[in-house]
Design a protein around this ligand. Structure first.
Ligand code: PEP
Ligand code: MG
Length: 878
């Protein structure tokens, strides 16, 4: 491959090589759409640049200059000309679009001499000098890392000096002064002369774009969005002839979605600014006019725009996100890419495009990133309660979903407070790419400026976070950390609720309700159900969880964690009493009571899941988890002593003694799971009996219940057989007593490494396997599942020692190998053996893909993730 391709000669299918923007520009050129001439420096050059110790390979600049010469021919302008200079923009563009994460430079080619030529060419000295000062500002920021505020300061004082408020009113004289002050800022910063030749400017800009690939915000963005090297490896650089949307009132610039990015409706959605440069719209510093008005403002251009939109959509078979510029009445396209849409827009456009015969059902399913569906499962404000809350303001709805949290204006503080467990709403005038880490730490984002295509809007939408933008009545004061709207002042840390679907901001925490399924979403789920082959079950331990799972399309419960049932307020004390019991008789008495409670829980859950398997796991955590911890108890004793409550002191001391007895240095590898079942057989007996009794009762009522019993933390066949004997005895007793045959499958979790390695032995007794991928990951890596994320894991990811968090997405090579061993051993003995996973991975699309590929029977995910799992399973099957 060559290092550089002109748009007309590139093979636009090679996205990895050309990046998304480069591929889009060359495809539009091929389609004979009005694109300014230009070329792409490939992502391969970016990688060589890094391999080469951050130096451009030797063949790059000669190829670049050859292409500049081609551009000269096409535009009739000349590089470095003092009469008719060719100006270019230098833009980044990786294979996967990373909006705003990397750098762009505009108006490159201007210097003290060419600016005069440009003034002659445009017959507009004011405009030319303004372009020049914009160039120095961007160049200084991007190439030299000068803080933007320094430039803003100069601009503001120039405006004040001249007594104007609008940039466009600055005189040529003022602009000339600004230019020399801007240069001085750069020179003070770099301690070198400002680079004057266009050649030098171009090299530095190309290098700066390559550098931005490894900039912190780009790295964070890739990490958070799982953009790995196999889907985007380096950025390309696009050099494009400048066209100007700020050449007067017959010029404009804008961005438009071919369909509404928020709700998916088939209508142009976007905004534009008359007499402005593209960055003004994207950065959200000025709120644009709705694209509808362009029809009136510039009818000819509007027609060209809507024709181009139709043509591009038909060509790409995907809604497009388009940037355009109108230069003195002439229409240009500067970019097209697949529109990033909210989850509901993705769902609606998928269904619509199938109806329009633009795509087929498989494509309709595949184009929805399953993960993003989470947003549709977000809560919305409870309509019936809204009237009790005061509305603070209304802005432009930019990303759907409702969120409450404390108001934080400062980006760093938002990260700090968010990461330490507070729910934060980030409130800013506008956001910049470097603010993105705070988005991850916030529940929602509210900006007073910007439109639907502003930075805040696009980033939030992609993340599925509620967001409101363009809320001009909201006056934010960073100096004293307040904002005011409609006469009400909100301070930092006051609670607000935002609704990103309606654009409304309320004071206080408005209650929210479960999401409603739309017809379109039901359609997608229906197609996905019919396409997938993997079963989707739920991790649920309450009747409500079971009902929700069923409503979302779950078919069965893959994991019912029975210990959760003991945490209810009406039974935790009973359970503690059971642990404290001094002898088996006393314990048995309490267990009988607990057995009654469990039985009624099982009845409700089995009923809610009628017709489907419900896998009930016997007690798993170590017993001390149910007692207060020793420090807490010691404190309590101190207080009781102080108040003279001797009886209380004595009682608490007994609990403390027991808690100390049960304490372990390494509880996750301690006395838990089947080990508790073996040492306190009466507990497992009670649970097994409760399952059998529940089945008896339901069978009598003709309810089709299918409970299965599953044993946690098994590491050997001896353990499993030990419990199986208890199960067999209770089964026989119950069958004899009720004179009926009872079918309850008996299986094991495989969550201990040894269990996976001896699965061939376990299969002799176990009728089914369920991989507990949480503990299995913990055991395989020897990483504590409770601690890693707050400790070394982030650094591991940063240093690329791990590509993904293995507790979120199955580690295919390690944990995956153990699962494969287990599956093949199990199925060798029992060819139709039911095998699934029930760790958190069950709701993760990548893990689901793996589970599908190795022929698992099902994955089990938390109820809210079931629709995601269904779609991911369908995608795996396509
Ligand atoms: C597991 O270990 O994967 C599992 C499902 O069990 P738990 O998370 O309850 O330990
Ligand atoms: Mg486990």
């Amino acid at each position: 491959t060559k290092p550089v391709y002109a748009f007309e000669e590139a093979d636009s299918k090679k996205r990895m090589l050309l990046g998304g923007k480069g591929a889009g520009l060359s495809e539009m050129t091929r389609l004979k759409l009005p694109v300014p001439p230009g070329f792409t420096i490939t992502t391969e050059v970016c990688n060589k640049y890094y391999d080469n110790n951050r130096k451009l390979p030797k063949d790059v600049m000669p190829a670049v200059m050859k292409n500049i010469a081609k551009m000269e021919k096409k535009t009739g302008k000349k590089w470095n000309s003092t009469k008719n200079p060719l100006l270019v923009s230098v833009r980044s563009g990786a294979a996967i679009s990373m909006p705003g994460m990397m750098d762009t430079i505009l108006n490159l080619g201007l210097n003290e001499k060419t600016v005069e030529g440009f003034a002659e060419q445009t017959k507009n000295p004011r405009f030319s000098w303004d372009s020049y000062r914009r160039f120095i500002q961007l160049f200084g920021k991007v190439v030299f890392g000068v803080n933007d505020e320094k430039f803003d300061h100069v601009l503001d004082s120039a405006k004040a000096k001249q007594g104007v408020t609008d940039d466009s009113k600055l005189s040529v004289e003022s602009l000339k002064n600004i230019v020399s002050e801007y240069k001085k800022i750069c020179e003070d910063h770099t301690k070198r002369k400002f680079p004057d030749t266009p050649d030098e400017q171009l090299i530095l800009s190309i290098e700066a774009v390559f550098k931005s690939w490894m900039g912190e915000r780009a790295i964070v963005y890739r990490e958070k969005n799982n953009i790995t090297k196999d889907i985007a490896n380096g950025t390309a650089v696009n050099v494009v002839a400048m066209v100007f949307g700020n050449m007067g009132d017959d010029s404009a610039t804008g961005v438009v979605f071919t369909r509404n990015g928020n709700n998916g409706k088939k209508e142009l959605e976007g905004e534009y600014l008359i007499n402005a440069q593209g960055e003004d719209v994207v950065a959200g510093v000025r709120t644009g006019k709705n694209i509808e008005f362009l029809k009136k403002d510039m009818p000819k251009s509007y027609k060209e725009l809507s024709n181009a939109c139709a043509k591009l959509e038909k060509h790409f078979r995907e809604p497009q996100d388009i940037e355009f510029t109108i230069e003195q009445g002439k229409f240009y396209l500067l970019q097209t890419r697949t529109a990033k849409m909210s989850a509901s827009a993705l769902v609606k456009t998928s269904v619509d495009m199938v109806k329009e015969r633009l795509i087929d059902k498989n494509k309709a399913l595949v184009r929805i990133p399953a993960q993003q569906l989470e947003a549709l499962l977000h809560r919305t404000m409870d309509e019936s309660k809204i009237k009790n809350y005061k509305q603070l303001a209304k802005g432009i709805p930019a990303s759907p979903g409702a969120a409450s949290g404390i108001v934080v204006f400062d980006v760093k503080k938002a990260i700090e407070l968010g990461d330490s467990g507070n729910k934060v709403i980030l409130v800013r005038k506008e956001t910049k790419p470097e603010d993105v880490p705070a988005f991850f730490s916030s529940e929602g984002i509210l900006t007073s400026l910007g439109g639907k295509s502003s930075h805040a809007a696009i980033v939030s939408r992609g993340m599925g976070k509620p967001c409101i933008v363009g809320c001009p009545e909201l006056k934010i004061n960073y100096d004293n950390n307040t904002c005011t709207a409609n006469g009400i002042t909100i301070k930092e840390k006051d609670t607000i609720t935002i609704d990103g679907s309606a654009g409304t901001v309320f004071i206080g925490e408005v209650p929210t309700v479960e999401p409603q399924m739309t017809k379109d979403f039901e359609q997608i789920l229906d197609w996905a159900q019919k396409t997938k082959t993997l079963g989707i079950r739920a991790n649920a331990d309450t009747p409500e969880g079971a009902k929700l799972a069923r409503k979302f399309g779950g078919q069965g419960i893959g994991l019912c964690r029975t210990e959760r049932m003991f945490n209810g307020s009406d039974r935790i004390n009973l359970f503690v009493e059971m642990i404290m019991a001094e002898n088996i008789e006393e314990r048995s008495k309490i267990l009988t009571k607990l057995g009654q409670l469990q039985k009624s829980d099982f009845i409700e859950i089995l009923q809610a899941m009628e017709g489907y398997e419900v896998t009930i796991r016997l007690l798993d955590p170590p017993l001390h988890e149910f007692l207060p911890n020793p420090e807490e108890l010691t404190e309590r004793i101190q207080k009781l002593k102080a108040s003279g409550d001797t009886d209380g002191v004595n009682k608490t001391e007994i609990i403390l003694k027991r808690a100390r007895e049960l304490a372990e240095i390494n509880p996750m590898m301690g006395h838990r799971g089947v080990r508790v079942g073996i040492t306190y057989p009466e507990i497992y007996e009670m649970q097994i009996r409760a399952v059998f009794d529940a089945l008896v009762e339901l069978t009598k009522k003709k309810v089709k219940a299918h409970p299965q019993i599953m044993i946690p933390q098994i590491s050997s066949i001896a353990e499993l057989n030990h419990i199986k004997r208890i199960y067999d005895r209770i089964k026989k007793e119950t069958e004899t007593k009720h004179k009926m045959k009872l079918k309850i499958n008996f299986g094991t979790m495989i969550e201990v490494v040894r269990a996976a390695l001896t699965a061939n032995e376990l299969a002799t007794t176990a009728e089914f396997f369920s991989f507990g991928t949480n503990d299995l990951t913990q055991g395989t890596f020897s990483f504590s599942r409770e601690d890693v994320e707050g400790k070394f894991l982030p650094e591991y990811m940063e240093k690329e020692l791990l590509e993904r968090n293995p507790f979120q997405s199955i580690d295919v090579n390690g944990v995956g190998s153990l699962i494969k061993i287990g599956v093949s051993a199990g199925r060798q003995l029992r060819p139709n053996m039911e095998i699934g996973i029930c760790g958190e991975h069950g709701g993760d699309p990548n893990s689901i893909k793996f589970c599908h590929s190795i022929g698992l029977s099902y994955v089990s995910a938390s109820p809210h993730r079931i629709p995601i799992a269904i779609v991911a399973a369908a995608q795996a099957a396509i």
